[in-house]
Design a protein around this ligand. Structure first.
Ligand SMILES: [Zn+2]
Length: 319
């Protein structure tokens, strides 16, 4: 058996690169050493607790007690970059100059399992075999966030009261590029921890929220925002060609999807320092491959908090 072109011997990457080196690469601030552990704020979910994130240096694994992220160097990079395990391995090879590392050709059972794992991780978010029913589209939370009943109906969002993973949360259906339902995101509306809940194993780095609707709008310019509510707000302001990153990092898969469907990208992330920095980074990355514009949102605000008239003024060049 010969690995297909582009496959990665990621067990070799895991062996060659320590978690400590990866944390140094990201310049994660404020980590304190206790015996063979580093402890501090979680760089993945950017929490405020100073003890939620722990890296075990001898085992080369990490865990965050707040966001539940855990795993090895590949999982860490995948979580930081919101990308697949395979993309994480490729990034690590690049950063640590391992391009010439020997690629073991499935000589052992362990290697073969690793290749299969890479293939699986790289794959797709499979379509759901069910759809939630009994979603309440007329909930005060949606009105409070400025979402019209018509928009709620179109996106299928609303409160889900029945028992289960999403119980008591506002659920937001996520569809793939073909419009197939692949997951629900659950937004907490009562201040409970984990503002957004996604099903275990769902890889948001493989998707762009609202891509199927945006692509069907038949426009050349797409507006790129961070969150679900930004996306719905921009949509109801009269710009149906809008997609959300479900975060502020652009993965390789998301970049490919954007370039496949659109000619021009208007990047409109949040108006805070990190959002603006991310906007510039994304625009710089995309600018060699398509036409890009950064739409600045006032400091301290985000697109879903803006009135329709402000959004229309900001996006006047997009129509
Ligand atoms: Zn965390």
């Amino acid at each position: 058996m010969t690995p297909s072109k582009g496959w990665v011997a990621f067990s070799a990457v895991k062996r060659a690169i320590t978690l400590e080196a990866v944390l140094r690469h990201y310049q994660v601030p404020g980590l304190r050493r206790r015996r063979d552990q580093l402890q501090g704020c979680c760089p993945i979910h950017h929490g405020h607790r100073h003890d939620s994130f722990r890296a075990h240096l001898t085992k080369n694994v990490f865990q965050c007690f707040a966001c539940q992220a855990h795993g090895n160097v590949l999982d860490f990079v995948a979580a930081m970059e919101k990308c697949s395990i395979r993309e994480a391995a490729l990034l690590l090879q690049q950063w640590f100059d391992l391009a010439a590392a020997p690629v073991s050709v499935c000589a052992t059972v362990a290697d073969r399992q690793n290749f299969e794992l890479v293939r699986k991780e790289e794959g797709i978010n499979a379509p759901l075999r069910f759809a939630l029913t009994g979603i309440e589209e007329h909930h005060p939370y949606l009105a409070q966030r400025g979402i019209d009943p018509a928009t709620a109906r179109e996106f299928g969002v609303g409160l889900y009261r029945r028992p289960g993973l999403m119980s008591g949360r506002v659920v937001i259906p996520i569809r793939n590029a073909h419009g197939q339902l692949i997951a629900y995101a659950g937004r907490a509306i009562d201040g409970r921890p984990r503002k957004y809940k996604l099903p275990a194993g769902f890889r948001k780095g493989l998707e762009l929220f609202n891509l199927s609707r945006a692509a069907a709008a038949g426009r050349k310019t797409v507006i790129l925002v961070e969150g679900y509510f930004d996306c719905m707000q921009v949509h109801q302001a009269g710009f149906p060609c809008v997609v959300a990153l479900m975060g502020s990092a652009l993965s390789v898969a998301q970049e490919s999807a954007l370039l496949r469907h659109f000619y021009r990208i208007a990047v409109m992330l949040d108006g805070d320092v990190s959002g603006q920095a991310a906007s510039q980074a994304i625009a710089a990355r995309l600018s060699s491959r398509c036409s890009v514009e950064v739409v600045r949102v006032a400091d301290g605000t985000q697109p879903d908090q803006l009135s329709r008239s402000v959004l229309r003024r900001l996006l006047v060049t997009v129509k």
